[in-house]
Design a protein around this ligand. Structure first.
Ligand code: FES
Length: 104
């Protein structure tokens, strides 16, 4: 597990990009939960951190596919492949992510 940021860095519902071990990752805090997804849309090489959180998940700003925060699955085309989701642990104020551990 690598320290990604402080929990206080994460605003609820606001994507927060980090890079860990050469892996682009976007963190999303949703209530008490923190999710870590690969920061790259599976339709094209677009940073998901530039999108918005919607009821369906993290929305790619370019063509509108939304990725589920837990499964990484897109809710609608044009993306058809899930984005990688990584293991996250919150330890006190530290947000830890394992970029080598996909959970989907
Ligand atoms: S680049 Fe993300 S949906 Fe097309």
């Amino acid at each position: 597990m690598l320290r990604a940021c402080s929990l206080a860095d994460l605003e609820d519902g606001k994507p927060f990009p980090v890079e860990l071990a050469d892996t682009p990752i976007v963190l999303v805090r949703s209530g008490d939960e923190v999710h870590a997804l690969r920061d790259e849309c599976t339709h094209a090489e677009i940073a998901l951190a530039e999108g918005e959180l919607t009821r369906k998940g993290l929305e790619c700003w370019l063509h509108g596919s939304c990725f589920d925060l837990r499964t990484g699955a897109p809710s609608s085309p044009p993306a058809t492949e899930p984005v990688a989701v990584y293991a996250v642990t919150v330890d006190g104020d530290d947000v830890l992510v394992d970029p080598d551990c996909r959970t989907n």
